[in-house]
Design a protein around this ligand. Structure first.
Ligand code: GRF
Length: 190
């Protein structure tokens, strides 16, 4: 099976990165992570990249004049990897249209809500406050708007009466780790 080169962008913990690293170890999974990029050199997820001998790059936006220059440098550094897919996994920056246009229809993001509901932060708290009975997660293609773009996969999770935002986050995260690899497979088939 051909392994298509993908990049994973992170800013923090990296549990989704971990799940993608794990599935990529399977020879029948159609992708390999060629590079991990972080906008935060101290992101915990970077350790996973090092431990698994995956090339890891981090840049601090504060070292650049503006976001354009920052992204230009990212593009320059990832170019040699010829990425077929860029997977945002807890990457906390909105990409500019200029960046997105370099990877048309080839950037995915995972978001902890059933989009289009609850874009942005604190999704679980807001879902509970609104007495929702279901929450969930979504993998979608990225456009220049926050948590927007065509949906690839979603998974629902039931909200129980005793759920807090933390227990709900745990339940949803488990599903994230399942649907992101599935969504990568689907996107690579396109
Ligand atoms: C996940 O909940 C993801 O949906 C959101 O940010 C969180 C990242 O978690 N975009 P992790 O770094 O993958 O553990």
């Amino acid at each position: 099976m051909t392994k298509h080169p993908i990049g994973v962008f992170i800013s923090g913990r990296g549990s989704n990165l971990k799940s993608i690293i794990n599935v990529c170890k399977d020879l029948s999974f159609p992708a390999k992570i060629s590079v991990v990029f972080s906008d935060n050199p101290d992101a915990k997820g970077m350790e996973l990249a090092y431990e698994n001998n995956i090339d890891a790059i981090s840049l601090d936006i504060n070292d650049f004049k503006n976001k354009n220059d920052f992204e230009e440098e990212i593009l320059k550094l990832i170019k040699p990897y010829n990425l077929e897919l860029v997977c945002l996994a807890g990457y906390m920056r909105i990409l500019t249209k200029r960046f997105i246009d370099k990877f048309p229809g080839r950037i995915l993001n995972i978001h902890p809500s059933l989009l289009p509901k609850y874009k942005g932060l604190n999704t679980h708290r807001r879902a509970i406050e609104n007495n929702e009975s279901v929450a969930g997660c979504t993998v979608h293609y990225v456009n220049e708007n926050l948590d927007d773009g065509e949906i690839v996969l979603q998974k629902e999770v039931r909200i129980d009466n005793n759920d807090t935002e933390h227990t709900l986050a745990d339940k949803v995260l488990k599903e994230e780790h399942i649907i992101y690899p599935e969504a990568i497979k689907l996107a690579l088939k396109k």
